[in-house]
Design a protein around this ligand. Structure first.
Ligand SMILES: CC(C)(COP(=O)(O)OP(=O)(O)OC[C@H]1O[C@@H](n2cnc3c(N)ncnc32)[C@H](O)[C@@H]1OP(=O)(O)O)[C@@H](O)C(=O)NCCC(=O)NCCS
Length: 168
């Protein structure tokens, strides 16, 4: 699946994304709110992720997608289907923060999830201090459903998260 807007392209990952991926995701302010992103982010982390992302292209289009701006991979997003629902997620290189891009990415994911993928429920899990991500979801009509205790594990610790959801 490929989604093009005026400001970015959402598209499947490519092997050649490795350098941009490492350059842009290797940031402690990104890793701290992503349960599966280590910091520092090494070559082997990119290799493992890209191998998985490249193998996981699904027929229904739901999967991991790169966020590309001006030919550069500057972020990632996902719609992981589980029956009639899917969990969404996203990250963006710091140089592009604060311009409404993640809000637009989430809008496109919701449009695709409720449209082509015919989903009935989209969810997102947010570390409690992650105000920017909570705001991105609120701006897209996601509602706070509650707090999941010790739901995400990172670096040997367990974190409570907000569960956001939007239903159709
Ligand atoms: C979360 C993230 C994707 C947001 O990207 P972005 O493109 O800067 O987001 P947007 O510009 O679309 O929207 C951010 C909103 O949060 C608000 N915001 C940002 N920091 C905030 C803070 N500390 N407190 C309160 N609101 C904040 C912004 O003002 C904006 O809301 P507004 O439009 O009402 O002013 C980006 O910060 C990121 O990649 N973070 C690290 C990874 C991550 O947390 N991913 C999400 C995991 S659930």
């Amino acid at each position: 699946m490929i989604i093009k807007t005026k400001r970015f392209v959402l598209r499947p990952y490519k092997k050649s994304d490795k350098a941009d991926l490492i350059k842009n995701i290797n940031d402690k302010d990104i890793a701290r709110f992503m349960s599966k992103v280590p910091h520092p982010y090494r070559h082997k982390d990119a290799d493992i992720f890209l191998k998985k992302a490249l193998n996981k292209k699904r027929k229904d289009g739901g999967s991991n997608l790169a966020i590309e701006i001006d030919g550069e991979l500057v972020g990632g997003c996902k719609v992981h289907r589980d029956g009639h629902q899917a969990e969404i997620g996203y990250w963006l290189a710091k140089k592009h923060w604060g311009k409404g891009i993640a809000t637009e990415v989430a809008k496109e994911l919701a449009k695709y999830g409720f449209g082509k993928m015919k989903l009935k429920r989209l969810t997102a899990k947010v570390f409690l201090p992650n105000k920017a991500s909570a705001r991105v979801l609120e701006k897209n009509g996601f509602k706070l459903e509650g707090i999941l205790k010790k739901d995400l594990a990172k670096g040997g610790k367990y974190y409570d998260v907000y569960l956001f959801a939007r239903v159709k």
